[in-house]
Design a protein. Structure first.
Length: 143
């Protein structure tokens, strides 16, 4: 069974950052109530799992109307070579992996997926994969 910190971390990442926002404001007590845990468990998770090394910054304002702001820090997009797991067997799989590993935004992934579907059977899978690599390099050039 996963521990509560894993559940809190996964909830924050999947639910609260689901819409590609770079920051969110939450009330610790409301989040604790929603996840059926103590507010101190929220604090623990935020201080151990949402650190600058892991790409986050956490600010808090105490008192009446207080909140916790979780900011996703911009990731450096400088890898020169695109290296994805070898089990990816399609251009669409490449796009999914790029989004999942936050190498491109969800919006960029949707655009690439749209163009892949538009190409359909008119282009070979190998050529589609080359196009994805080229698009990725264009998106990360100068970033």
């Amino acid at each position: 069974m996963r521990n509560i910190a894993d559940v809190i971390e996964q909830f924050i990442i999947s639910e609260l950052f689901a819409n590609d926002e770079d920051s969110i404001n939450v009330k610790r007590s409301q989040l604790a109530e929603k996840l059926s845990c103590a507010p101190s468990q929220i604090t623990y998770t935020l201080t151990t799992r949402f650190t600058p090394d892991k790409g986050f910054e956490v600010e808090s304002k105490r008192g009446n109307g207080g909140f916790i702001r979780i900011v996703r820090l911009p990731q450096e997009r400088t890898p020169k070579k695109l290296s994805l797991p070898p089990q990816i067997e399609s251009a669409e799989g490449m796009v999914d992996a790029l989004v999942e590993h936050r190498m491109i935004t969800m919006r960029e992934g949707r655009l690439l997926s749209y163009f892949l579907s538009f190409l359909g059977d008119h282009v070979t899978e190998k050529d589609k994969e080359k196009m994805i690599v080229s698009a990725y390099q264009s998106l990360t050039k100068g970033a």
